[in-house]
Design a protein. Structure first.
Length: 310
């Protein structure tokens, strides 16, 4: 039984005339007659007395009409609720970023902005395991609407995001700093540059991460040759920080991520400021993404992040 047959029957019961019911249902009279016949075959009873003018319902037809109205009403209500859910889902923006940036910027920046501007955000938490190139692909393929990531000219994959295909908002400036666990006096256990005879244990980033290329460039171009032995590689800065905090070695993490531990002297700088690496946090979008909620939200964020002039 098809739901439209119920509405056909209800229309026929109201008009008591096949041609007027067919017109109301926007179908031909033969089509309506065939559907009513199929409905009667499905129910196993005659629902319409065709020997009367105007048409009348059989006793079974009167009973069926009550049920048909209930089923049609339930179906229409359910369809409307499903449509509301679909429209709500379609209005939500999909957001992806790294584990570190989720922890640093979602609750402190993106969530307040979404509430302020009345935009719902869906989080793709699987992105915490993505490599840098996965974020570019996700934007291009429409798997997400917004990507928050670190930017530096030496991050190779970011070159793709710098094309005219994308646009960005600079969220803030950041820097990577070398850190170490501390001794009882609150001093760094490991101090750059180390020595050839006694290289420092090094907590590195995975080759597919955003940050590894610029750290490698820094190490290769600093006047003080660092002496490091890689003992571990991680995708996320939070994992690098955790290993360093436990005293396993030295490594670079975003300053915002380490600030609280530095203030409480659970971590200490493993070198002076010339070892620091400047970078930015940027929000990216695909220009050709025409999501209804994206454009107004993007304009508002861009206005909020624009430099203030006196």
């Amino acid at each position: 039984m098809e739901l439209r047959w119920l509405d056909d029957f209800i229309a026929l019961a109201q008009t008591r005339h096949f041609s007027r019911a067919a017109e109301e249902r926007n179908v031909t009279q033969p089509t309506l007659s065939r559907r009513i016949k199929l409905l009667e075959e499905e129910m196993g009873v005659t629902l319409i007395d065709r020997n009367t003018l105007p048409l009348t319902l059989t006793p079974a037809g009167e009973i069926f009409l009550l049920g048909a109205r209930q089923m049609s009403s339930i179906a229409q209500d359910t369809k409307a609720r499903c449509r509301e859910i679909r429209e709500a889902q379609e209005s939500r923006l999909r957001f992806a970023t790294t584990q570190t940036l989720y922890l640093l910027f979602y609750r402190n920046w993106l969530m307040p902005a979404s509430e302020r501007h009345g935009v719902d955000i869906d989080l793709d938490l699987t992105s915490t395991a993505w490599g840098a190139s996965d974020f570019v692909n996700a934007l291009q393929q429409g798997k997400c609407d917004l990507v928050l990531c670190y930017w530096h000219p030496l991050i190779d994959v970011i070159e793709d995001l710098e094309s005219d295909e994308f646009e960005h908002i600079v969220v803030c400036d950041e820097e990577l700093i070398p850190i170490s666990a501390t001794n009882e006096a609150g001093e760094a256990i490991f101090q750059l540059p180390g020595s050839k005879r006694d290289p420092l244990p090094y907590i590195n980033y995975h080759p597919s991460s955003f940050l590894r290329p610029l750290i490698e460039h820094k190490l290769q171009n600093t006047p003080d040759t660092p002496h490091l032995t890689t003992i571990n590689e991680n995708m996320a800065s939070v994992s690098v920080k955790a290993m360093i905090k436990e005293g396993f070695g030295v490594g670079w993490v975003p300053k915002r991520l380490a600030e609280e531990s530095l203030n409480y002297r659970r971590l200490a700088a493993a070198g002076d400021e010339h070892w620091n690496i400047p970078l930015q946090v940027r929000l990216y979008r695909l220009r050709s993404n025409h999501h209804a909620s994206l454009e107004p939200f993007w304009r508002k964020l861009a206005a909020e992040q624009a430099p203030q002039t006196d």
